[in-house]
Design a protein around this ligand. Structure first.
Ligand code: NAD
Ligand code: LMR
Length: 328
């Protein structure tokens, strides 16, 4: 058996946490031969519910689960971790955009970034799920300057999965036939699901679905607005699909990407594709030997470029909105 790794999950008593934790304890995230110690973090009002979650984790008698710690102390919670899943934050309500949460949630990520920097193991990687996830990740990363920037990620995988599902449904094929689905920009209603570079059964999407008005219109809008549609229908935001996307993100970052394909995740822009350096932006990413790289050289027509630029402008606006949370 390998040595256990320590994994921190914030907001562990929330909806996403409840779907995520049993799958993490059962080896679906880090592998069937990788024991884990779960370090579950909540704010004080969530601690009672978190104790209940911990009891249920115990009752699972998961062979790979070597320890469960519950805490509201960030230093304990992030002690020696190799992964942090930052989920804890307030979800939006109907009628709000995700960036409306910046004023409430943004400041959470200052202290969390600092505590991760002081306590985590060398090589820690961080996935931010709490919204608005790109800019929350930007805040945490900038408050942890000792942690290399290539260790910070924000979740775009739910958007990737939503886009794949819409394309598969339109083409009348199973979801597994859709590949190469890049989501550019912000996890918001400006994101650009890049149908032009996506494939169905190995063929370009516009060839398989020769319906440009649908691709440029209803398809993009459905993906961009899917989170809001779920909130309207369920009365609360997506939970198990979000947990599933978080699991797939970590798996895609820790295993090699199949040749020729890519996955979508937001990471720190290095200026690729003329996207301003330092933003946490959704890109097509390929992973190899635990390292994530932006897939180079994808072509974009004027329509695609305008959409990418619009989402990047929004990320720049969000960065300006949280300037007071970013150290000089
Ligand atoms: P939830 O309200 O069910 O749970 C959130 C939990 O976080 C609560 O238990 C709360 O006590 C805790 N929390 C709040 N502030 C905290 C802090 N400072 N430290 C630690 N814990 C804290 O919400 P949820 O449905 O689990 O969603 C969590 C977040 O994930 C929301 O911001 C939501 O918008 C976001 N989300 C993102 C995506 C994505 O694709 N990026 C998808 C779905 C949801
Ligand atoms: C989602 O995309 O479902 C989440 O980001 C929740 C939300 O606020 O839309």
């Amino acid at each position: 058996m390998k040595k256990a790794i320590r994994v921190a999950v914030t907001g562990a008593a929330g909806q996403i946490g409840y779907s995520l934790l049993p799958r993490m304890a059962s080896g679906q995230v880090f592998g069937a031969d990788q024991p884990v110690i779960l370090q579950l973090i909540e704010i004080e009002p969530g601690m009672a519910a978190l104790q209940g979650v911990a009891l249920e984790l115990q009752d699972g008698a998961f062979p790979l689960l070597e320890g469960i710690e519950t805490t509201s102390d960030l230093h304990r919670g992030f002690d020696r971790i190799t992964w942090a899943l930052l989920i804890g934050s307030v979800p939006r309500k109907a009628g709000m955009e995700r960036k409306d949460l910046l004023g409430i949630n943004g400041k959470i990520f200052v202290g969390q970034g600092q505590a991760i920097e002081s306590n985590a193991a060398a090589g820690v990687r961080i996935l931010v799920v709490g919204n608005p996830c790109n800019t929350n990740c930007l805040i945490a990363m900038n408050n942890a300057p000792a942690i290399p920037r290539d260790r910070w990620f924000a979740m775009m995988r739910l958007d990737e999965n939503r886009a794949k599902a819409q394309l598969a449904q339109k083409a009348g094929v199973p979801w597994r036939e859709v590949s190469n689905m890049a989501i550019w920009g912000n996890h918001s209603n400006t994101q650009f699901p890049d149908f032009g570079n996506a494939r169905i059964g190995g063929r370009p999407v516009p060839e398989v679905i020769p319906d440009r008005p649908w691709l440029e219109g209803e398809f993009i809008q459905t993906v961009q607005e899917r989170g809001a549609a779920i909130i309207k229908a369920r009365g609360s935001s997506s939970a198990f699909s979000a947990a599933h996307a978080a699991i797939e993100t970590v798996r895609s970052l820790t295993t090699d990407t199949p040749p020729g394909d890519w996955h979508s995740v937001a990471l720190c822009s290095d200026g690729s594709y003329r996207i301003a350096e330092g933003l946490i932006c959704g890109f097509p990413v390929s992973s190899k030997d635990q390292k994530a790289s932006i897939v180079p050289g994808l072509p974009h027509d004027d329509f695609a470029r305008e959409r990418i630029d619009k989402s990047v402008r929004e990320l720049q606006e969000e960065r300006a909105m949280v300037a007071d949370l970013l150290p000089p």
